[in-house]
Design a protein around this ligand. Sequence first.
Ligand code: BMA
Length: 820
Amino acid sequence: MSHISLDGQWLLTSPQHSHISIPCALPGDVHSALIQADLLPQPYFGCNEELIQWVGESEWQLTTDFTLTTEQLTATAIDLNLSFVDTMAIVSINGTQVLTCSNMFRLYQVNVLPYLQQGVNHISIALARNDSEAQRRAEKLPFPVPWAVGNNQIPHMNTLRKTQCHAGWDWGICLLSTGVYNSLTLTPVYNTRLHHVRTQQAWLPNGDCEVTVNIDCEVLKNCTEQALEINFDKQVHTIVIDNTNNGIQTVTTIIVVKNPQRWWPAGYGEQPLYPLTVTLNNHTITKKLGLRELTLDTQTDAIGSAMTFVVNGNAITAKGANWIPLDALPSRQTPARYRQLLEDAVAANMNMIRVWGGGMYEHDIFYELCDELGLLVWQDLMFACALYPSTPEFLADVELEIVDQVKRLADHPSLALWCGDNEVIGAIGWYDESKHNREKYVVNYDRLNRMLQQVVEQYDPSRRFWASSPCNGELDFGDAWHDDNRGDMHFWDVWHSGKSFDAYHNVKPRFCSEFGYQSWPSLPTVKTFADSEDWNVTSPTFEQHQKNGRGNSIMTEMFTRYFRFPVGFANMLYLSQVQQAIAIKTATEFWRAHKQHCRGILYWQLNDCWPVSSWSSIEYTGRWKQLHHHAKRFFAPVMATFIQQPQQPLTLHVVNDHHQPMPISGTVIKADWQGNVLATWQLDTQLATDSSDIVWQTEDILTASETKQVFYHVSLTAADGSVTENTHYPCLFKHAQLQNPTINTEWHQDNETIWLELDTDYPALFVEPQLECQGRFSDSSFTLLPSHMTGAKHRLYYIGDCDLKTLKQHLTLYHLRGTY
Ligand code: BMA
């Protein structure tokens, strides 16, 4: 059955701006069309955010024409399919209203055949102002429902079913975007309609997998015999459906897969996908299924209660980051960028992504890539950091949205958990109204949250519903920011509460779904939004690109605790990224070493939706911050880390996430900053399956002056060929007597392979070879030891498309001692 695509150039006009009559590409957003027509400055540059607010304060009209043949009009119905409609919209065809949209997360389908004609047809989408609709709705609420003050720049977004960070966030530009962000289609339907396919898996004692396929279809008018054809695992099932006009019928078939290849999260095995196609009368639905068992173990244990994902019977350590919308301009959310970011997540040894509740249920491509790459998805429902209404109208609208989204996403093997919201339980304690009338707002919360749970469990009985992130467990409305015995935790004591990095050692979360530390973007990214006169962290442009009120002060203040103050703007940027990496590394390594407590570590945040100072590990331009390189090391399946606790010996822990024993060997050295090796210990041991063990410790008691002169370094090679290295500094960096190294760089090329070899006279810390051109190195922000200590120069491979000449011109080398 051929869809009629309505994608392409539409005409954009506005009742408030009669001079605007320009093309607008759909799927796409209004801002992008205005930029394209030179009617809007680049929103991400300088302080332009302030100049473009009028776009969100206007109504917009999108129109286009399409033609239909007489033959197409012989269909029984013609369905208009619309989704990602942002947000308040009235759709008309040939002058008649056919659909009213009020929820960006609904998947709308309506038969528009009665309004269509042979030849030219006219369709229009009238987009209302979101800000005034939010205000209008807030005024009608029976009691005040606090919105995300401090994050949103426009009030009452919590009354609208729209991406909450569109009104700004503590890393987000406020654009209040509008448009339609998914393909628009008309589908001619002949006699029958194929609605929906849903599968379930059951594992048989002999190891086979029984896949139940449920198909919802509908006979629109009595017709001759119609057969469904189901193709799966080289098996074809044909089922004749009831051909009388009886409304929607559900047809079920069971297919047994012999010797199934199981789907695994990245790092634990492969991701085989089995294509499933269901066809009825030329209409086909296709899916790719991954066969796997997945449960969330929350059983009571000696500590409190577990929070462990178990896949195919094996306990998993979830390692990853939080995901925010890919771009604040939806037109720029392209498949290639989804792929790049998700591949970068896997390249950093991640296996889980949390789709955060202030963004959106992602496009299909996101989940398809997660299935393919082995990234488990913690899926929040779209509520964040505010309270939400529980009026009958609001609940009714949300219920339809949840049904749509659960049905759309439930067959993805990557999907691990449905979570009710982000920080909404916590938010009850943030706002005056709810703080002082807690019972009322807890009941208000539960009315919505309970409905979410019921709908999720009805439409996806295979997965756990988790009320909120963070949450201590079933019907627990306590403080999950500080309870590390149960549930998931958001640990913000270091960033938001200003504690030092060792505060990460004061907790052992069962599952830390958020903790983060900001940095500034690198100089090449800064150049994309700031002229050189604004290259100062307190310039107006820089402050416009910092949405967390105290952000710049927190970073600079932390410099004074750990580092000698950096000289110059570029060193400020670089050092902020060293600092961020140390923060997240400190937490992650400690929590991984306490594997018996902690089974999930998702830092805040993976990506940026515009170039901004933020907690991300990948900049808007796609550049890996130093943190992302560290993540690759600290999330590696085999990982060595030194831990120094007060009054305790220095210990070396090695974590093995593999579900098999792992022999490792290598050395620990103690050396001084001149590059003299003072002691060497040979290690040769076998790590147990899925373990964390202390493999070495020293009784060395260093004098105060020795702490400033020495460091410890470990390098271990595992039987799978992976190498884990780490460095321990016994004193604060600002006290260490670092020598100023001379680092030599040599470029090499062999056919397509380009690499850089580094050598140094003295140990150099957090060495970052920064490229101002496209691509990256295989490693960055590492400890560089002289070749006389390691026996070899340090080799870095270039990953990207630039040629050697370009690379040579665009390399800047940073290291810690070079910042002062
Ligand atoms: C978390 C998130 C976001 C926010 C981040 C940084 O709690 O849920 O709301 O961007 O903190 O403050």
